[in-house]
Design a protein around this ligand. Structure first.
Ligand SMILES: [Zn+2]
Length: 124
């Protein structure tokens, strides 16, 4: 089991083996959060809160972070919202396929002179 960091990652629940998002909920004095990777609508969030689960905004595009939603900011939903995990989770770990990282295009070779790009009659 890897230690949680501020950057969210997918993991599995050790009890029910559901897919969970694991992250720290803050940069300092943080708690480890295990959340279900299922975005919630307003009604589902209300149900989660009434059942005692905390909810989090999922921030970022590449390095995702979980930020606790407090009651002051619950009227707006600019980010996906997830709730703390409860067993059994809604998404089994086997439902999430591990896709290989996209191939990184090779960097252009800036040191090799290629005459093909220079139109005929170009003075330089
Ligand atoms: Zn679980």
């Amino acid at each position: 089991m890897k230690a949680a960091t501020i950057h969210a990652r997918l993991d599995t629940c050790p009890r029910c083996e559901a897919a969970v998002i694991v992250a720290l909920d803050h940069h300092t004095a943080a708690l480890t959060v295990r959340a279900d990777p299922l975005p919630l609508g307003a009604e589902a969030e209300l149900h989660a809160r009434l059942s005692g689960r905390l909810t989090y905004n999922v921030l970022g595009r590449k390095d995702l972070q979980l930020h606790l939603r407090d009651t002051e900011h619950m009227t707006s939903r600019p980010h996906p919202v997830v709730a703390t995990h409860t067993c059994p989770g809604p998404i089994p770990a086997t439902a999430i396929t591990s896709t290989p990282a996209p191939a990184v295009p090779a960097e252009p070779d800036l040191f090799t002179h290629i005459d093909d790009d220079v139109p005929d009659g170009f003075p330089f």
